[in-house]
Structure formats: C-alpha cells, structure tokens
Ligand binder design. Structure first.
Ligand code: GLC
Length: 733
C-alpha cells in the first residue's frame, strides 16, 4: 500500500492543531486550493464553508469517532463540538470528542479528515435523504482526502499521518475500580481490602475529586487523606496504583499557589476586557488555564510532579471541554430575569421560560464566545478553537510527565479530545447510565473511537449514572473485558457497583469474567501494540475485515485484534443471541479461564446459547489467541507460561508481541516476538514455537481444534520447540 492517495486541500489560514504530524513528502504541505476538492460541491461565504455530496445508493458513512450513533451514520445529524454531555440519549448531536474523520464507503472508500477546531455540522442525509451537507463554521480549514479500495486501507492512510496512538503501561490493561466518590483514604483501603478478600484481580483504584482540598488541582486533603505519600505507597504495596483526577478549572482562592502563579504569569484565558475569565465548576469559581500557550502548557504540565513525587503514576483529565456550570455574569443576568418575571402571571409560559433560562446556564454558547486564547501572539475567541481545549490540556500533562521521566509510561486519559490528542493519552467514554442501551452504545463507540486514533478507551462499565443490577454489570463486564480501558465507574448517589457489592453468585460470576480478562491480556496487549505500531485498529467492526453485504449492517459483533470476534449479550433476560459468522470459526464459550468447551461453527447465522456466566469468544480460521495465567495484578502474572488456543483449517502462523510494559524501550524495538506455527503433517498437526531470546517465556501449551472438531494438544518448551500434537477428547479436560 502506498500513501500516494492522500491529498491536502486548504483554505485561508488554518490554525495549527498538530493533528497531522507525518504527512508523506509527496503530499504538497501547503495543499491545493479547497476549490480543487471535487468530491464535494462547495459553497464558500465570508463566514462558512459548506461541502455537499449526493449519495450513491449503496454509500455508507463510517467514522466521526465519539457519537451516539452506530456504524453507518447515514440519516443522522451530528455536530463536532466537545460537549459536557452527561445524558447520552439517541438525539444528542455531540459528545465529548470532536473527531472529524469519516469514510464514505461505496464502491470504493473515500476518507476525509477535516482539520478545523471550531464547530462543524454534519447533516448526513438527515434533511434530504440523499444529500450529505457539511457546514464548517469558519473558512480557515485544512481537509485531507484519502482514497483506497477498502475501509481498512483508507483508515490506515489516515492513521499513518496522525502519529502513533498513545501506549499505556501494561498495568493499564488490568481491572480498574472507580467511584465518585471514595471520600477518604479509609474508603479506598476498604475497597482494596474487599477486592483482595473477594480474590478479584485489580490494578488501580481511582481518586475522584474528593481527594483534593476543596477541589483544587494538585492539592490533597489532609483531613480525609492524611499522610498522602505513605498512603500511596501502602496501597502500592498491596498492588493498587491510585489514579487521581485533574480538572481543567483552577480554583480562585488567595494563597493557592496554582491560582497565584497563574495570575502572576498570565496563564489564564481572558475575557473581553483582558481580565481572567471566570466560570464555575466543581471548585466553585475558577479560571481556565490557556493551554493554547506553550508556556502555560509547560507550567501546568509541570504541576503533575506534585503528585508523581508522592508515587502517583497515572491521571485522568476531566471537565476539559471545558465544562462550565455557569458564569457569574450570566447567573446575575438570570437573577435579573427572575426578578422581572415576578411581574408576569404565574402561568405555564413563565414557568417554561424560567426553566429554559436556568437550563441554558451551563456550557452556554454565549459563554464560549466570551473568552479568549492567545494563539501565536493574537487573541482568538474560544468558540473558534473550542475543540482543542481538552487536547491541549492532555498534551500539557503528557509533556509534563515526559519531563518528569522521559522513559516511563504513565497512565493518562481525558474526557474531551480532538484528533492529535490520541498521541498523548486515551479517552474514556464519559458519563453514561446503567442502561442496557448503554452497553450497546459502548459497543458502537469502541470501534468508532479506535478508527480516529484513540485506541486506549473504554466505557464507565456498569454505567455512571442510575443504578446497575447485577445482571447488567455482568453483561457489561462481558463486553468491557475486551476494551483496553476496563474501568468500573459510578456516580455519587448511585448504587454501589463494585464487583463485591452484589450477592455472592453475581460476585462470583464477575470474578470469573475479570479473571478471563487477565488471562486474555497477552493477546489483548499484543493486539494493541501491533495496531499502534502498524497504524491499524485494535477493535473493529466486521466490515473492516469482511467487505460483504451482511457485515455492512452488523454492529453488535466486533473484531478484537486479528484473531478474535466477540458477540456480547447486551439485552436483559437473554439466554443466547443470534450471531453471524462471515466464515467458519471456533467458539470458546467460557465460564472462566479453563479451555473446556470448544465447538467448530460453520459460516452463517446461528443462535448461540449463552448463559449469564458465559462469555463467547470466536476464533477466526487459521488463527489463534494467546492466553496467560491469572494473578492479583498484571505485574504478578507469570510470564514464563502461556497457552495458545487456535482454530486450524489449513495451517496457523501467529506472532505474539510483548515488551517490558513499563518503559518506552519498545520505541527502540526492544520488544519480543514469539511465533507459533501449527502445520499439517503425516503424523497429524505439528507445532513449533520460535521463542524470542529476550523473553521470559519458557513454555507454551498449544490447544487447537481442527475443522472436523478434533482437539489436539501439546506443550512446547525451549528444549522441545517443535512437536507433534496429541489427539485429545474434549471430555478429558
Ligand atoms: C464528571 C466526570 C465523572 C466524575 C465527575 C466528578 O461528571 O465525567 O467521571 O466522576 O465529574 O468528578
């Protein structure tokens, strides 16, 4: 594949977003005039650019990252505008990320990345069913066009110019426990103790806003978290890393160093009068750091050291759209309005008027139009560059962490994002609800977000708002164990949602599912790293691999890495579901980690019975997955032994990637590759393993099933690295 089919078109003076960092030399950097972009009919006015395309019958529109819509966006209306949107209802046009990459998939695949940091409206055959209208709220824009025969190739072209996706530490693939809020250190100790007593693997526990003193960034509350440094190491000794939240707004408080330094050195965004802009978020009144300024990014990024110095190794950046609960200015105007309303009749019109006014106080467009950033010495109104704010905050964090320890991988993810930020951290899918529909939504989001470069992602498993039932958490967990970021998070007033907070049978099932996750980490991590290094995706819709008619409409089955397909249950009271197999596959429908029930399934439609305790894994033909053992934490997993589970039709060759999981040495190719082959021979299937000299791996147990349903096994060691596999009856296991 070549990169020749990438074109750049520009209009005006696009803001440097840093989204594209690896444009091939043959693509003219200044691009062509936007008028040469013939795919769309264009209308350019003084304020906007509209691109229009007339759909062909079979066209699909795939992409746009974090939205509430499914695989094919045709028929939808969406807006690229990072929004603090806690209600992920089907009518919502924006979520937290602005990911302007999409592919029109018809006879060929044509992809576009619109690099524009303001608002973009996508009317994807919503107003007129055959018309795709894109309205860009500005005229300074860069548009990249990618052409290739398939969705997979076009996505690769895009991923190849935006730089490598963020790579978390390997422990970031462990199970992570969160809640808003574990209010005191003792709460956290209790969570850790209960997890360990229930024997449920867990690598991290999160610190939501209560760990801070009055919600001030880079402080810790001495009353609730006394001797923070010792507490961090006490939890680390038990295998738990603590991950604190960092919010975008800096509390206005005399004597608070971050506030005072920010004022002294002009680090805050300013209002029309050139004074620091004031808004209210969790800490009360705050100023927003102007992350568009290099020196501010550096200043804020360096602050993370306050926490890394006491042993913290990961962070989640929040409220960085930036979310605004209200501004004092508009709150005052609202009170004046209420005052005037008192003269009006006490009727429904007054009621709805006041209700609407109150609701419009949060994250209002008017507020986003009333503060400014300094970009290249000039003041730029926030709304024109809004979608870069969370990105630049996370870039600031990543650069600060890099300055602290250039070789260490820190865990880092954000709520708001824009393409380019994927190099600095992951994203989580924000405030969902404990609704069955939101399991399905997270299944739609995972591949869509991956396609835009954000590979380290996952939902608030179990749902953030509302109350989760045990069944819902189990079904959600059965999906989320395949997401890179596996975090259970719940909101303040919702029901307890830790795996041990339910009746025994539910806890037991959750434990088994989380153990399965740990045993899958070798495969998941290997798949993640290969995707990051090769600029492909970790999780994909089936259409990425099978360009057939049926897979165009399938969005509740996903490919995880190259060898695995999943088909989770996401509806209540189900004991099975329909699954479409584009090719013959091996089903491992498992209650835990034992490889005890395997079944060859032929291509086509099947009803697959799946009890509440079972997780179905479908292995693609002539491929396999690598499984490890289970331990309390990722770092305690025994790296000397692995199991390979494969489905052989003609022959298998799989390579498995690993590295130290903690440093950036992989960038200097310090990684290990183990190749596993199973080939037919006269004596039956013959397996061999190429052990990497550098790896700790000592033996690999091979389990394969052939197309007749015959199971074979054998264990390979460094001494005996090529053997004939033995026939085994399913019932021997
Ligand atoms: C926001 C975040 C949520 C967090 C809460 C309190 O709603 O999205 O994850 O728990 O703020 O910090």
């Amino acid at each position: 594949m070549t990169k020749n089919n990438i074109q750049l078109y520009r209009n005006g003076h696009p803001i440097e977003t840093g989204a594209v960092v690896e444009l091939p030399k043959q693509v003219e950097k200044n691009g062509r005039s936007i008028e040469a972009l013939s795919f769309f009919k264009q209308t350019i006015t003084a304020e906007t650019i509209t691109l229009s395309y007339g759909f062909e019958k079979e066209d699909m529109v795939i992409g746009l990252g974090e939205t509430v819509k499914g695989l094919n966006k045709r028929g939808s209306e969406l807006v690229a505008f990072c929004a603090d949107e806690p209600e992920h209802l089907p009518n919502k046009k924006s979520l937290y990320g602005a990911h302007n990459f999409f592919v029109v998939l018809g006879k060929v695949a044509t992809g576009f990345f619109i690099d524009f940091p303001g608002t973009i409206h996508y009317d994807i055959g919503f107003t007129h069913k055959d018309v795709f209208d894109i309205k860009i709220n500005g005229t300074d824009v860069a548009i990249y066009k990618f052409e290739a025969p398939t969705l997979k190739e076009v996505t690769h072209l895009f991923l190849s110019i935006i730089g490598q996706s963020y790579v978390p530490p390997k422990w970031g693939f462990g199970y992570q426990q969160c809640r808003w809020s574990y209010e005191t250190a003792d709460d956290i100790r209790r969570i850790g103790k209960d997890m360990r007593e229930a024997n449920i693997p867990c690598d991290t526990i999160y610190l939501d806003i209560d760990y801070m003193e009055r919600f001030k960034d880079f402080t810790t509350c001495d009353d609730k978290f006394p001797d923070f440094e010792n507490f961090v190491s006490e939890m680390k000794d038990q295998g738990f890393r603590l991950i604190p939240i960092i919010d975008a707004g800096v509390k206005i408080e005399e004597g608070y160093d971050v506030y005072e330094e920010g004022i002294r050195d002009n680090h805050f965004c300013v209002n029309d009068e050139g004074k620091p802009f004031v808004a209210a978020v969790w800490p009360g009144l705050v100023h927003f750091p102007d992350f568009f300024k290099e020196e501010t990014r550096q200043w804020f990024g360096d602050k993370y050291k306050v926490l890394t110095d006491v042993g913290i190794e990961g962070f989640w950046n929040d409220m960085n759209e930036p979310a605004i609960f209200y501004t004092p200015k508009r709150l005052k105007a609202f009170y004046d309005h209420v005052e005037k309303s008192k003269e009006k009749p006490l009727d429904i019109y007054s009621f709805f008027d006041l209700k609407g006014e109150a609701e419009s106080l949060s994250s209002s467009p008017e507020d986003y139009r009333s503060f400014y950033h300094e970009v290249g010495g000039e003041l730029v109104r926030h709304d024109k560059v809004h979608n870069l704010y969370g990105y630049f905050m996370t870039q600031s964090a990543a650069q600060g962490l890099e300055a602290i320890d250039a070789d260490k991988r820190f865990l880092l993810f954000s709520r708001a994002s824009y393409v380019g930020m994927h190099r600095y951290g992951g994203i989580w899918m924000g405030d969902n609800d404990s609704w069955w529909e939101h399991i399905e939504l997270s299944m739609k989001l995972l591949p869509a977000i991956n396609m835009c470069g954000f590979m380290y992602t996952g939902p608030d498993t179990g749902g953030f708002q509302s109350d989760a039932s045990g069944e819902l958490l189990i079904r959600w967990m059965q999906f989320s164990i395949f997401a890179p970021l596996l975090r259970n998070h719940a909101a303040l007033s919702s029901r307890d949602q830790e795996p041990f907070s339910f009746e025994e049978a539910t806890t037991e099932t959750l434990k088994n599912i989380i153990e399965l996750r740990y045993s899958l980490i070798p495969y998941l991590y290997s798949s993640y790293m290969k995707a990051a290094l090769e600029r492909s995706v970790y999780a994909a819709n089936l259409i990425m691999a099978y360009n057939d008619k049926r897979t165009r409409e399938i969005e509740d089955q996903l490919l995880i890495g190259d060898s695995l397909m999943i088909a989770p249950i996401y509806k209540q009271n189900r004991t099975g579901r329909m699954v479409y197999l584009p090719e013959d596959m091996l089903l491992w429908n498992t209650k835990g980690t034992a490889v005890d029930s395997l079944e060859v399934m032929l291509a086509g439609d099947h009803f697959v019975p799946i009890t509440l305790a079972e997780v179905p894994l479908f292995i693609r033909p002539d491929r396999g997955i690598i499984l490890g053992s289970v331990a309390e934490t990722v770092e305690q997993v025994d790296a000397t032994q692995l199991t390979f589970l494969g489905y052989m039709k003609t022959g298998i060759e799989e390579s498995y990637y690993d590295d130290d999981g903690l440093t950036k040495a992989y960038q200097q190719n310090q990684s290990q590759e183990t190749t596993i082959r199973v080939l037919q021979s006269d004596e039956g299937p013959k397996a061999s393993v190429d052990f990497d000299q550098e790896s700790e791996l000592m033996n690999v147990k091979i389990i394969i099933m052939d197309k007749t349903g015959q199971r074979y096994e054998g264990t390979l060691t460094r001494e005996a690295s090529s053997i004939c596999l033995e026939k085994v009856s399913q019932y021997d296991n």
